[in-house]
Design a protein around this ligand. Structure first.
Ligand code: ZN
Length: 497
């Protein structure tokens, strides 16, 4: 039992790291692998940042966490829900560790809430509101040049085709490691959790480009510097999911539309209305007039060409295009929800949807929620569509066909895959093992190192060889939240007596 550091790389994959290690370009990670154990960490289904990091750091599957992607559907309310860091149920390891008097430092975790903790939390890419807890470290974080999500590395900038310079990549990566080193020195935490998120975006947009390799080399350089400060710590290097080149795209919306299971109001949509205006304008000679006003002309031309290609539609735009009275299923990304308004017999619609998607080229499996999730399944989809390796499952209503070659997300070259990476090394880790673990096993492994008892409702289990042999006993009771509720009740009852 002892201190532990969890170093997370969003979207890290052996597909990229293995060749770099073999070429001697990542000596720090190579050293960690040689002195410890390494292998595969399987992600959540779907394999996405939301919910994967929270499932990893709480040990709970999405069915208990209540988050299944960045967006999900509230069929009762007839709307799409965009998840935030406040959407996750269940306690992350630093909250639990704090209850046992242990100190944590948490940096740039995509699913972490900046909240009071024993230790410090520095917000990540999806943090809203204050960036640092406690406030006394805000200055240190600022002076380290730390930005939670640098604009030039965001998806919206990258998809506009603006390639970031290595200097901004180094600045973003370097500042996370710098904050980690500074807070390690100040606080001597029992638990350090630090994530590098921006590498995920770089891989989506620049897969195969030297900038991705250079970013990894720089990460390795910084990792080496951090490891020097982590003497005596057990170290886990993890990813929330893997990555692979994208080969084709399947639209669930369009595949289901062919069977009348989804109805999309294209005519009434803003996009189609714009298209109509452009066409009408052309007929009325507006285009000719517009040609004299260059910015207007280029705007119209740009709009028309985007419409022809089928512009990417975000979740909220799709919400407006879906006919909620007629659609038996409501798609969002790879998730499908049965819509009780249009489908009184759930089972019938489920099997119709399964039939419609079965055999669609690129679809690997159509999961029913209850076969891959456990727990209360708050907000859970009814079906989850998993693609073959390299196949992007999307909800786009305006592709040329339900299945197209290549990726349609603007600017993307690569997508996630379920198998990520796991490396473990340190005084309490058995070396030389070939590891294969599930993402929910990370939290119980961390708690075992910290000597904190596990609760019955944790889904994962300590990873053999990575977690110390002597396990703390499981106390009775379910979760920390349940224990807190019971304690509050006991206090109230005592007060009444
Ligand atoms: Zn991710």
């Amino acid at each position: 039992m002892g201190r532990i550091a969890v170093i997370g790389f969003d979207g890290a994959t052996w597909r990229v790291l293995r060749p770099l290690i073999d070429e001697g370009r990542m000596p720090s990670l190579a050293g960690l692998i040689d002195s410890g154990s390494s292998g595969i960490l399987w992600s959540t289904t779907p394999a996405v940042t939301f919910p994967a990091w929270h499932s990893m750091l709480s040990g709970l599957n999405p069915g208990k966490v209540g988050v299944y992607g960045f967006a999900q559907v509230d069929v009762g309310a007839g709307r799409y829900v965009l998840n935030t860091v406040n959407s996750f149920r269940g306690d992350p390891v630093w909250r639990i560790a704090g209850e046992y008097g242990l100190r944590s430092v948490v940096i740039n975790v995509p699913t972490a809430r900046v909240e009071p903790v024993r230790g410090a939390i520095v917000g990540g890419p999806f943090t809203a509101g204050r960036l640092v807890y406690p406030r006394e470290y805000a200055g240190l974080v600022r002076e380290a040049g730390y930005e939670a999500y640098p604009e030039e590395l965001s998806k919206s900038m990258l998809h506009r085709g603006s390639k970031p310079g290595m200097d901004s990549v180094r600045k973003a990566i370097g500042s996370r490691f710098r904050v980690a080193r500074l807070l390690l020195e100040r606080m001597k935490p029992d638990l350090l959790v630090m994530v590098i998120f921006v590498i995920d975006n770089l891989q989506h947009f620049y897969w195969g480009d030297s900038i991705v390799e250079e970013a990894w080399e720089y990460i390795d350089e910084e990792l080496g510097r951090l490891l020097k400060e982590l003497g005596g710590y057990n170290v886990l290097v993890v990813s929330d999911h893997g990555f692979t080149r994208g080969t084709s795209t399947v639209s669930t919306t369009m595949a289901l539309e062919e069977y009348g299971l989804v109805t999309v109001k294209r005519r009434g949509s803003k996009l189609t209305m714009l298209g109509g205006l452009v066409k009408l304008g052309a007929r009325l000679g507006v285009a000719r007039a517009a040609r004299r006003i260059p910015w207007l002309y280029s705007k119209l031309a740009n709009m028309a060409s985007r419409l022809q290609q089928g512009e990417w539609v975000g979740a909220k735009a799709l919400e407006a295009m879906i006919d909620w009275r007629k659609s038996k299923l409501i798609p969002v990304d790879s998730l499908l929800y049965v819509n009780p308004r249009a489908c009184p017999r759930r089972e019938e619609c489920l099997s119709q949807a399964e039939e419609a998607l079965h055999g669609v080229s690129g679809v690997k499996t159509i999961h029913r929620a209850e076969t891959i999730y456990t727990g209360p399944l708050h907000g859970a989809p009814d079906l989850i569509v998993e693609g073959e390796t390299g196949v992007d499952i999307v909800d786009s209503p305006n592709m040329e066909a339900p299945v197209v070659e290549g990726l349609v997300r603007p600017g993307w070259r690569a997508i996630h895959e379920p198998q990520g990476i796991l490396v473990a090394s340190g005084p309490d880790v058995e070396p030389g093992r070939r590891l294969e673990a599930n993402i929910v096993d990370v939290a119980p492994t961390v708690l075992a190192h910290l000597g904190v008892p596990l609760y019955d409702d944790i889904d994962g289990a300590p990873i053999p060889g990575v977690a110390p042999d002597r396990m703390p006993e499981r106390p009775r009771g379910r979760s920390l939240a349940a224990r807190r509720a019971r304690e509050a009740l006991r206090k109230r009852l005592k007060g009444k007596r």
